[in-house]
Design a protein around this ligand. Structure first.
Ligand code: PLP
Length: 445
């Protein structure tokens, strides 16, 4: 497969202008400049075609510009675009009803709508303080919850998110996430590592540092996203739920990346057989129109009028895009995510046996991480190699994004076909083979 001439002349022009007027803080992966997209395919401004295994950071659940989503947006735009949270409109209410139907609680659910993942987390933090009165929280090392000051206080996936921004919100104690590939804590072999982590929280954190009655909530991703697409062990969530119940602490799960059918169920937490108290949603919820949601058990949503609000949350364009997205996921794409996800995981696991640099392949549905290591025994992360693989794949027509130290995430639109997966994996494997041979040359000289 011949590499394309990327970035081409048009892309180079735009990138140069971008650097003059757009914030330098954005972490650009490589020089892809989008012109248009359809389903799982995208084109850049020089008319180069790419398969999209990144979906705009797991956002375009129904693929790029799904015709039904586009029609819903157009139809709504012709009626009205905005009215604000001071008034009412039907799509907003309909979306609340739909989220109530799919929320992972037996109890009824009530939603506060936002414009992003981080705002959903901020809303959850405020609601938890309102309900419990306590000022303290527990978060997880490796977790990512956003970049505004409240959510940032929980984010612990990379130090550069915090550098220069202290003081953050007070009162978040971080504990290890139960990463089965790299367990931080000692535990008895044969026992569930996730249970060991919960035991540590109870015995060491609550026993020596943090009075549990001062803790409002525990905030956790069901599967780590930015932190490396890490799936916890099966015992973790049941034990965590029990811990929360023991002390009356709220269990808040951040489903911004893992939710909306990406794992083959509406919410990743459903794979672990426990009910949370609050969920935070975003990304895939409206196929790319900015929308987030903080969905709570009805009995918790007792805050008084005016205690929280937003100008745009529940925006009519976002609401109809979300209703159409949810309908498409429900009728077709959740099943597709399950089936194509299993197919992809098996193909990548096979690929692992052919490549010394693939240390681990893991995931559920279409939320799959491929971890690159320098050595399968030591598991030392191969950061440069994984960057190189991403770039080589880009040059050959495949968009991927990294996460963790050296993980490439496979998070395509939920509508992707097996044929497109095969095409993308062929490019991916070629990129791995080239990067491995280059690394070997470097090592041997
Ligand atoms: N929570 C999780 C799990 C995320 O993955 C992200 C974004 O990557 C966020 C929160 C923040 O979402 P946003 O970037 O929309 O604010």
């Amino acid at each position: 497969m011949q590499p394309m001439n990327v970035p081409g002349p048009n892309a180079k022009d735009i990138i140069e202008c971008d650097s003059a007027v757009i914030s330098s803080s954005y972490p650009r992966a490589y020089p892809f400049v989008m012109a248009c997209g359809q389903g799982s395919e995208v084109w850049d401004v020089d008319n180069n075609r790419f398969l999209d295994f990144a979906a705009g950071i797991a956002v375009v659940a129904t693929g790029h510009s799904h015709p039904k989503v586009v029609r819903a947006i157009n139809d709504q735009a012709e009626k009205f675009i905005h009215i604000s949270c001071d008034f009412y409109h039907a799509p907003w209410v309909e979306l609340g009803e739909k989220l109530n139907e799919i929320a992972p609680f037996k109890e009824d659910a009530v939603t506060f709508m936002t414009n992003s993942g981080t705002e959903s987390v901020e809303a959850a933090i405020k609601l938890a303080r309102h309900v419990r009165g306590g000022s303290q929280f527990v978060g997880f090392l490796g977790g990512f919850h956003g970049r505004t000051l409240g959510s940032l206080s929980f984010t612990a996936s990379k130090p550069h998110y915090h550098r220069g921004f202290y003081p953050l919100m007070n009162g978040v104690v971080h504990v290890p996430f139960p990463d089965p590939y790299r367990p931080l804590l000692k535990f008895d072999i044969g026992k569930d590592y996730g249970e060991a982590v919960v035991h540590y929280i109870n015995k060491e954190i609550f026993g020596k540092l943090l009075p549990p009655d001062d803790v409002s909530a525990i905030l956790v991703e069901p599967i780590l996203g930015e932190g490396g697409y890490i799936v916890p062990t099966p015992g973790f969530f049941p034990a965590l739920r029990e811990l929360c119940d023991t002390y009356g602490i709220l269990l808040m799960v951040d489903e911004v990346q893992s939710g909306m059918g990406r794992t083959g169920k509406w919410w990743a937490i459903e794979h672990f057989g426990v009910e949370p108290d609050i969920i935070c949603a975003g990304k895939g919820i409206a196929s790319g129109v900015p929308l987030g949601a903080m969905v709570a058990r009805k009995s918790l949503m007792t805050w008084p009028t005016g205690s929280h609000g937003t100008t745009y949350g529940g925006n009519p364009i976002a609401s109809v895009a979300s209703l159409t997205t949810i309908d498409l996921i429900e009728t077709d794409y959740m099943e597709n995510a399950r089936e194509v996800g299993k197919y992809t995981l098996e193909a990548l696991t096979e690929m692992q046996s052919r490549h010394p640099s693939i240390g681990d392949v893991r995931g559920i549905g279409l939320m799959i991480g491929v971890e690159f290591v320098k050595n399968k025994e030591t598991k030392e992360p191969a950061k440069d190699l994984h960057n190189r693989i991403s770039y080589l794949a880009f040059e050959r027509g495949l968009l991927t994004l990294g996460c963790g130290d050296s993980v490439i995430r496979i998070a395509p639109p939920l509508s992707i076909s097996k044929r497109e997966i095969d095409e993308g994996l062929e490019i991916f494997e070629e990129a791995i083979t080239i990067a491995e041979s280059e690394a070997y040359l470097v090592i041997s000289t």
